[in-house]
Write a protein that binds this ligand. Structure first.
Ligand SMILES: Cc1cc2nc3c(=O)[nH]c(=O)nc-3n(C[C@H](O)[C@H](O)[C@H](O)COP(=O)(O)OP(=O)(O)OC[C@H]3O[C@@H](n4cnc5c(N)ncnc54)[C@H](O)[C@@H]3O)c2cc1C
Length: 457
């Protein structure tokens, strides 16, 4: 099968590449190859009753399929250069923001209309953070919510499906450069294309590494974020979440001068498992629909670890810590803050007596047996710092789920058009190491599509 453009991965990066190409040049022959299922066939077997924890499906319904890792996410589109990726380093700050706003418009016109856009600019909360040695990052946040995010994806798929050949349950195994383009070998045959855009996200990170090795594309890797997911009564953070929805707050620890930050805040949300390459870590999301709200808010506290030479395998380091928690807890582990501070494990009884009712059935345990001291000390320091702006954060019953790991894909060497050293081969979204969020990944797709269109102009 011969196409003008082959797109590997139907996450936000792949979807927005296809969308922009179809909008501007409907005559292009485009294929999207996706190892997961169509949106309506994505169903995680964990139901909290018969299946309580991850059973390691062949393709993870949470991470793979149309919509990518973002399909059941909270649908928070952060319009900012301060976090979520470094796209601005490639396309310029103004252009990066303009692309993210464009993505926002498309989301609004496909079902997101009426959702709220929050902003951290000029808030009293920012001042209060400064007074307590905490730093609130600037951003506009469009909160679609898991439910509206799903509708937007459904609408985008319905619009694209007649113009684009979607090949689901099709795992790309190799990428070969040919005389006039690229040949992709999959478990369902071969595909040829003039241009190839790879957007396989975090779940495709290992495969991406193999492609870079095979095609001799330079990469570098030195960062991983490790931490816990905090769950507490929504009232504790309501003054922040009501005004900002998501607040990214950074703190520099006194002990080690490490940076600890809040990440992925989900007011009235739920804590969930995440399976990356067979390792179960923790994440969270929340619904826009008030009927689906819980009484808790959850967010991650992450410590960034940057390694210097000769160590290169930062993801391997994060994986080892996550594996340790999987080994001790059989999956994700949960501990009350009060138990952690007293140096004892949480057990079923202590969790059952807690005033905070966990939204994820995790194994009660002791995070200090899993997390390196430096990282755990940083998290504890941050919890006490947050307690000053949101009293109640350091309560005994605050729940900590571990571990949360943000794996950063190695950075693939690409130019300002997100093109590798090979003409016609682009690497975008989270698998490029350039983006780590819905808005940046989507924006990178639009950017690449526009560049491809400019080649044909
Ligand atoms: C539970 C959860 C909640 C999140 N919440 C938010 C949020 O609220 N806001 C935010 O900004 N970000 C959030 N994120 C992160 C966000 O989802 C990602 O940054 C974003 O999806 C990256 O988009 P992408 O297109 O680069 O990759 P992905 O979304 O990961 O998509 C890549 C696709 O490629 C496919 N693929 C992989 N390998 C192959 C292969 N070899 N062949 C064929 N297909 C392949 C995968 O199946 C997948 O569908 C969340 C992530 C998770 C897991």
């Amino acid at each position: 099968m011969k196409y003008d453009v082959l797109i590997v991965g139907a996450g936000p990066g792949g979807i927005f590449t296809a969308y922009e190409l179809c909008q501007k040049e409907p005559s292009l022959k485009i294929a999207v190859l996706e190892c997961g299922n169509p949106l309506d066939k994505r169903k995680c077997p964990i139901d909290g009753k018969k299946v309580k924890s991850c059973i390691g499906c062949k393709t993870c319904a949470i991470m793979n399929g149309f919509g990518g890792a973002g399909a059941f996410s909270d649908g928070k589109y952060n319009i900012t250069n301060q976090f979520g990726g470094t796209l601005y380093e490639y396309v310029g700050r103004d252009e990066a923001l303009s692309l993210m706003r464009y993505v926002d418009e498309i989301n609004l016109s496909h079902g997101g209309k009426g959702t709220k856009l929050y902003s951290t600019a000029n808030t009293a909360i920012k001042k209060k953070c400064f007074e307590n040695d905490l730093h609130l990052l600037d951003a506009q946040v469009r909160h679609l919510g898991t439910d509206i995010n799903y509708i937007v994806l459904e609408n985008l798929y319905n619009e694209l499906k007649d113009q684009v050949d979607f090949h689901f349950r099709t795992e790309v195994q190799t990428v070969e450069k040919t005389a006039d383009g690229y040949r992709l070998t999959t478990d369902r045959g071969e595909f040829q294309g003039d241009i190839c855009v790879i957007s396989v996200g975090r779940s495709g990170s290992k495969w991406m590494e193999s492609v870079c090795t095979a095609l001799d594309i330079p990469t570098r890797s030195n960062r991983v974020d490790i931490g816990v997911r905090v769950e507490l009564p929504a009232a504790v953070f309501s003054h922040l979440t009501d005004e900002l929805y998501e607040s990214k707050i950074v703190y520099r620890t006194k002990q080690f001068e490490d940076l600890v930050r809040t990440f992925c805040m989900n007011p009235h949300g739920v804590v969930v498992n995440e399976n990356t390459n067979g390792i179960v870590t923790v994440n969270g999301h929340s619904y826009e629909d008030p009927a689906l709200h819980t009484e808790n808010t959850n967010f991650a506290l992450l410590v960034s670890k940057h390694f210097s030479e000769p160590f290169r395998d930062s993801n391997g380091y994060g994986e080892s810590i996550a594996r340790l928690s999987n080994m001790l807890g059989g999956g994700v582990m949960v501990q009350r803050f009060g138990d952690l501070i007293r140096g004892r494990r949480s057990n079923r009884q202590r969790i059952a007596e807690s005033y905070v009712v966990p939204t994820l059935a995790a194994q009660p345990g002791d995070l200090s047996l899993v997390m390196p001291k430096r990282i755990l000390d940083g998290i504890i320091e941050m919890i006490y710092a947050l307690d000053k702006i949101a009293p109640g954060t350091a309560n005994d019953d605050t729940l900590l789920y571990g571990v949360e790991v943000k794996f950063y894909n190695m950075e693939v060497e690409i130019d300002s058009n997100l093109r590798t050293k090979h003409e016609g081969l682009y690497v975008i979204g989270d698998c490029s190491g350039v983006t780590h969020s819905l808005s940046h990944a989507s924006a990178s797709g639009v950017h690449v599509a526009r560049h491809i269109l400019s080649l044909n102009a």
